[in-house]
Design a protein around this ligand. Structure first.
Ligand code: ADP
Ligand code: MG
Length: 224
C-alpha cells in the first residue's frame, strides 16, 4: 500500500499543477483562435498552421477541463447512463471519422452515483477518446453498465483496438506516459485522479491486437 500512496501523491501534485495551467491557458486560447479566424481571410497558409497548433493546445487543455474547477466541487446524485449517453453523443463526430461504432447497454436499475457530473463526463470522454484512437481502421466500442453485489456501479468500456503490451500496462496512467506518436499521456492520469476523488477504481486489462477493456467502479447511493 505504500507504493499506492506514493503514487497517488505524485498524481495529486501533477494533477493540481495541470489543472491550474489548463485553467489559465483556456481563455486566451479561445480569444486567439477567434482572431486567427479573422486573419485567415488575408493569409491562408501560415494561418492554417497556426490554427492547427492552437487546436493541438486546445486538445491537451480539454483533457483537464474537468479538473480545472477545483473550487466548484459539487457532488450531486446523477444518473450514470445519461451522463455516459451524453458523452457518447458528444464523441460521435470523432467516432465517425475513425469508422468506430459505439454502443451502450445497461442493467436496470442502476443506482444514482454521487458525483461531480462534469468530472465524470471528463473521465468517459478521455477513455472513449483513447478507445477510438486505438482503432485507426474502425471497429466497435462496447459500453456496459451494471451493478456489483456491493451496490457499486461498474462500467466496462471495451474496444477492438491495438491493445497495450503487458510490460507497459503498469506505467499507463503515469503523467506524460504515452505510447502514441503525438500523445500527451495526460488523459488517463486525469481519469485516475477524478475517480480517486470519487472513491472509485479504474482497472485496465488489455491484449495486444485484440483489444482493451477499462473497468470503472463508482460508489452509488446503494454502496455499503
Ligand atoms: P494519450 O492518449 O495522450 O497517449 P492517455 O493517458 O490517454 O494519453 O493514455 C496513455 C496511453 O495508454 C496511450 O498512449 C496508449 O498507449 C494507452 N492506451 C490507453 N487507452 C488505450 C486503449 N483503449 N487501447 C490501447 N491503448 C490505450
Ligand atoms: Mg488519451
Amino acid at each position: 500500500t505504500e507504493d499506492i500512496i506514493r503514487r497517488s501523491d505524485k498524481l495529486s501534485i501533477a494533477g493540481e499543477l495541470a489543472a491550474g495551467v489548463a485553467h489559465e491557458i483556456r481563455n486566451p486560447l479561445t480569444a486567439l483562435r477567434g482572431f486567427m479566424q479573422l486573419l485567415k481571410a488575408k493569409d491562408t497558409e501560415y494561418v492554417d498552421i497556426m490554427l492547427m497548433e492552437i487546436d493541438r493546445i486546445s486538445y491537451i487543455v480539454n483533457e483537464f477541463i474537468g479538473l480545472a474547477k477545483p473550487q466548484a466541487l459539487h457532488f450531486v446524485q446523477s444518473d450514470l447512463r445519461s451522463l455516459i449517453g451524453s458523452v457518447i453523443q458528444f464523441m460521435q463526430p470523432q467516432a465517425l471519422l475513425y469508422n468506430v461504432d459505439m454502443r451502450m447497454s445497461a442493467e436496470w436499475p442502476i443506482a444514482s452515483v454521487m458525483c461531480e457530473p462534469n468530472q465524470i463526463k471528463q473521465v468517459f470522454m478521455n477513455v472513449l477518446k483513447n478507445a477510438i484512437e486505438a482503432m485507426p481502421n474502425g471497429g466497435q466500442i462496447e459500453v456496459v453498465v451494471s451493478m456489483d453485489p456491493d451496490g457499486n456501479a461498474i462500467t466496462r468500456i471495451s474496444d477492438e483496438g491495438v491493445g497495450i503490451p503487458q510490460d507497459r500496462l503498469e506505467r499507463i496512467g503515469e503523467p506524460f506516459f504515452s505510447l502514441k506518436e503525438s500523445g500527451t499521456g495526460l488523459g488517463l492520469m486525469v481519469c485516475h485522479r477524478i475517480i480517486e476523488a470519487h472513491r472509485g477504481q479504474l482497472v485496465i486489462s488489455s491484449i495486444v491486437n485484440v483489444g482493451t477493456t477499462l473497468e470503472i467502479l463508482l460508489p452509488t447511493v446503494m454502496s455499503h
